[in-house]
Design a protein around this ligand. Structure first.
Ligand code: ADP
Length: 404
């Protein structure tokens, strides 16, 4: 059984074809610069060298056509014809309150995703374009929508409501939604599997630290709180996003710098975070290097970041009345031992003791492992996220194929 996973952005379209019999990736790639000049498709069939195809991709439909052509190509393809693709799973950023789990796409679902455009004006329109393109080219193939927000729909009101006039929630949907849900769900499930315990018995804190970062409290398998909010701007400081700030700073900055609301939004999303603090880069590799070279603001940016990671872990441990396991994932979480160590430096009183050697030497093949000492009562793990596989698994479940 082969499932195609699609993650459509405004000018890009990432895909993976997964063989669900052994959950292996048969091929993956990215169509880039859709609707712009010099568009191309980067395609990698497992075991074959990557190729780059130059083609005019006017829209997402052109992109999907080329993806399918590549998947069935006699030289670099991996299937004989399109009918081998039994289902398509689409990543959709915002499901709002309408979707607490993944769903089979029909016209009603499309309308609900459309309605959520006002909550995710940058993401949902692109996701819709990807779905519509696929539906027109593969009209008989069942498709599912897997939402970044769905996993967090189990949060209680006390965690998702902001203390602003209640009408803001009722009239405009102003509340915490949370994002990266597919990633948090995947690593929480994998952590329970590695601990050999039912997820229903565990208190897990999942730290998705990448360009965008968020932390989630997973109690008995359910998200009960998460650091991102109404938008992905809230929570931790990120590559270029501010994370939590005093909301009064916004009107103050607008007055002082004569900024419009759009400009201040742009500053908080694109020129803040560790980039804004350091003045050097949003990339943690650059910051680590600069900090080693003695650049004070790079060190401070990293300190601000890890301090906030630790504060969220502490607050979620309290919210759940304890924590059995902390998971690090995504670009920074998976690859940066120094950040993991600094983020856990004050957690000994909660029973977490990092083993420096294990932290530095996660087995490279799987990049997965426990980094706490044998006598540590709490477990810290590194687990590479795999949102595509989670989407494919949900898709299998929904379309009722037996999950091997
Ligand atoms: P995105 O949110 O765009 O998916 P990623 O999860 O890829 O982001 O994370 C990007 C961050 O991970 C960057 O700040 C980068 O510095 C950091 N990182 C650290 N080490 C590596 C590595 N070996 N490979 C990729 N990214 C790394």
């Amino acid at each position: 059984m082969k499932v195609l996973v699609i993650n459509a952005g405004s000018s890009s379209l990432k895909y993976q074809l997964i063989n669900m019999e052994d959950e292996s990736v048969l091929a993956k790639g990215n169509a880039e610069r859709i609707g712009i000049n010099n568009s191309c498709l980067k395609h990698t069939a497992t075991g074959i060298d990557s190729i780059e195809l130059q083609a005019e991709l006017r829209d997402h439909k052109d992109a999907i056509k080329l993806v399918i052509e590549s998947l069935v190509h006699p030289e670099y393809g991996v299937i004989r014809d399109m009918s081998e693709i039994k289902a398509v799973g689409h990543r959709v950023v915002h499901g709002g309150e309408a979707f607490s789990q993944s769903v089979l796409i029909d016209n009603q679902v499309m309308q609900a995703i459309q309605k959520n455009i006002e909550l995710a004006p940058l993401h949902n329109p692109a996701n819709i374009m990807g779905i519509e393109a696929c539906r027109s080219i593969m009209p008989d193939t069942p498709m599912t929508a897997v939402f970044d927000t769905a996993f967090h729909q189990t949060m209680p009101k006390k965690a998702f409501l902001y203390a602003v006039p209640y009408q803001a929630y009722e009239k405009h949907g102003v509340r915490r939604y949370g994002f990266h849900g597919t990633s948090h769900k995947y690593v929480a499930l994998r952590a329970a599997q590695l601990l050999n315990k039912p997820i229903e018995s565990l208190k897990i804190i999942t730290c998705h630290l990448g360009n965008g970062s968020s932390i989630t409290a997973v109690l008995n398998g359910k998200s009960v709180d998460t650091s991102m909010g109404f938008t992905p701007l809230e929570g931790l400081p990120m590559g270029t996003r501010s994370g939590n700030i005093d909301p009064a700073i916004i009107s103050y900055m607008m007055e002082k710098e004569h900024l419009t609301s759009g400009e201040v939004n742009e500053t908080l999303n694109k020129r803040s975070g560790v980039l804004g603090l350091s003045g050097i880069s949003s990339d943690f590799r650059d910051l680590a290097k600069a900090s080693e070279d003695g650049v004070e603001r790079a060190r401070i940016a990293l300190d601000v970041f890890t301090y906030q990671v630790e504060k969220f872990i502490g607050s979620y441990a309290v919210a759940m009345g304890g924590v059995d396991c902390i998971v690090f994932t995504a670009g920074i979480g998976e690859n940066t031992p120094a950040i993991r160590k600094a983020s856990c430096s004050n957690l000994k009183f909660l029973g977490f003791k990092i083993d420096d050697e294990k932290n530095e030497s996660i087995p490279t093949a799987k990049k997965e492992g426990i980094i706490t000492t044998d006598d540590s009562s709490g477990v810290v793990m590194v687990i590479p996220t795999n949102e595509e596989l989670m989407i494919a698994r949900d898709t299998m479940e929904i379309i009722g194929l037996t999950n091997p």
